[in-house]
Design a protein around this ligand. Structure first.
Ligand SMILES: Cc1cc2nc3c(=O)[nH]c(=O)nc-3n(C[C@H](O)[C@H](O)[C@H](O)COP(=O)(O)OP(=O)(O)OC[C@H]3O[C@@H](n4cnc5c(N)ncnc54)[C@H](O)[C@@H]3O)c2cc1C
Length: 450
């Protein structure tokens, strides 16, 4: 009889639970243990801004399992409020701190899966220990922020950073009737987006009464009795009842690096297509690990939930003895901004140029339904493609809910290396309250062929 395998997973949010559940399905006899430092596992991180705004009534709604229900439904053991502090690769043991009583214990493993995710970056002039400074990266963060909002009833909110999470956070505070300012280092919001989209985002913020302060290089905070009372940015001084720092995320690799595991060119844990790190007994998946970009075929860092889940499945299957391979991926991300939506796929113009492609672009604006129909509006679209082959490299849209469908059509073209001109060859659905007579994608396909 073969010995029972022990699989230990560090991190219990998205990649961790996917890995644990898959490992247990592949090897039901294995002892699978998932260790998480927070109180919560298996949470809907992407829903955090909607808990702030109140659209999702409580953080409890985005906690999809607790330790007991995960153990019961998935068969893996769970240890919460337990932080893995060290990996002893030689002994194949991890040292775990019990955060309830500060004691430590050692746990043996045959295979270890790191699903330690990412951490919110800090912005040095903003003291992260001030009582009115928050981040929005996890359920404990939103619990803390919601308590503060209920107790202090802030009237002014400042969001530092205007990536998609910063913008979603700004919207949430506007919905709470706060006076909202966004402070950003670059001149326009959403620095990673296409220039046309940045302009549309800026106009939307203006229309919705959010003040955008761009190109800020003089950010200063004034602290009294442990809280920020005022900020200075762009030569202006203003009050801030609440400050949310939203300056992006960085892969959480400290534990792995202390154990001597390799970090790749994209800055996260280097893994092969089996999600194995530089130690064959240790796997990594999710926001802490690199992926291969299917367009550039180079290592990349794309911290998104669906890749965390799928990478987790691959790591879990392989740790349990399987032979799964994780596919190269490309970004497909979206955001709601008040009543507008953004969706972008693949590379941006700047990324495509940086990767060395000779590119061309096509862009157009069209109605998303027949213009006389109630609720019809304009949608902007852009595709980026290789000049000679017309192979699509990326696309971006800003408009109504249809952007999600449009971007997925471009995603299909990218995945199957169909030319951008193929957009003009599809038959698009048409019905006045639902879709336009002339589809934006047809226009983009024609322009790509012109
Ligand atoms: C506000 C917000 C909105 C988002 N919206 C979207 C979206 O719309 N679409 C999308 O695709 N993605 C979105 N994302 C990104 C998505 O949430 C992440 O890609 C996903 O959560 C990554 O999952 P993960 O398990 O790899 O890492 P994480 O979610 O970072 O989880 C890692 C876990 O590991 C634990 N951990 C770390 N170190 C240790 C240790 N030493 N010991 C024990 N436990 C440890 C942490 O406490 C954490 O719970 C959003 C993210 C945020 C913050």
């Amino acid at each position: 009889m073969s010995e029972r395998k022990t699989i230990v997973i560090v991190g219990g949010n998205a990649a961790g639970p996917a890995a644990a559940a898959k490992a247990k399905r592949v090897d039901p006899d294995a002892d699978v243990l998932m260790i998480e430092q927070n109180e919560f596992i298996s949470t809907g991180t992407c829903e955090l801004p909607y808990v702030v705004s109140g659209e999702v009534s409580s953080h409890e709604k985005i906690v999809y399992f607790d330790a007991a229900s995960f153990e019961e439904k998935k068969g893996a053991r769970v240890s919460v409020r337990s932080r893995v502090e060290e990996i002893d690769r030689k002994a194949r043991e991890v040292t775990v701190r019990n955060l309830n009583d500060d004691s430590t214990w050692r746990q043996r493993y045959d295979k270890l899966i790191l699903a330690t995710g990412s951490v919110a970056k800090s912005v040095p002039p903003i003291p992260s220990d001030a009582t009115n400074v928050f981040r929005l990266k996890s359920v404990p963060h939103v619990v803390e922020l919601k308590k503060y909002i209920e107790r202090e009833k802030p009237e002014s909110a400042v969001v530092i950073g205007s990536g998609y999470i910063g913008l979603e956070t700004a919207e949430a505070f506007r919905k709470l009737d706060c006076d909202v300012k966004i402070v950003e280092l670059t001149p326009e919001p959403m620095p990673q987006a296409e220039r046309e989209i940045r302009k549309l985002v800026e106009t939307t913020l203006e229309d919705e009464g959010v003040e955008f302060l761009g190109g800020v290089e003089d950010l200063e905070s004034f602290v009294e009795e442990g809280r920020i009372v005022r900020l200075k940015a762009g030569g202006k001084r203003f009050e801030a009842d609440v400050v949310v720092v939203s300056a992006g995320v960085a892969p959480e690799t400290r534990l792995a690096q202390n154990a001597g595991l390799e970090v790749g060119d994209a800055g996260a844990l280097k893994v092969d297509n089996a999600m194995r790190t530089s130690d064959p007994n240790i796997y990594a998946a999710g926001d802490c690990a690199e992926v291969v970009n299917a367009i550039t075929l180079r290592p990349d860092y794309i911290p998104l939930a669906s890749y965390a889940r799928d990478g987790g499945y691959t790591a879990g299957e392989n740790a349990a003895g399987g032979a799964a391979r994780f596919r190269p991926v490309f970004r497909n991300a979206s955001m709601r901004l008040f009543d507008r939506f953004y969706a972008g796929v693949g590379l941006t113009t700047a990324e495509a140029e940086k990767a060395g492609f000779a590119i061309a672009e096509a862009h157009a604006t069209a109605f998303n339904r027949v213009h006389v129909m109630p609720g019809a509006g304009k949608v902007f679209g852009k595709i980026i493609f290789e000049k000679d082959s017309k192979r699509p490299l990326g696309g971006a849209f800003f408009g109504g809910r249809e952007v999600s469908g449009y971007v997925d059509v471009v995603s299909t073209l990218i995945a199957h290396k169909l030319p951008a001109t193929a957009l003009a060859e599809a038959e698009y659905n048409y019905n006045p309250p639902l879709s336009p007579f002339l589809n934006l994608l047809t226009l983009l396909g024609k322009k790509a062929g012109a």
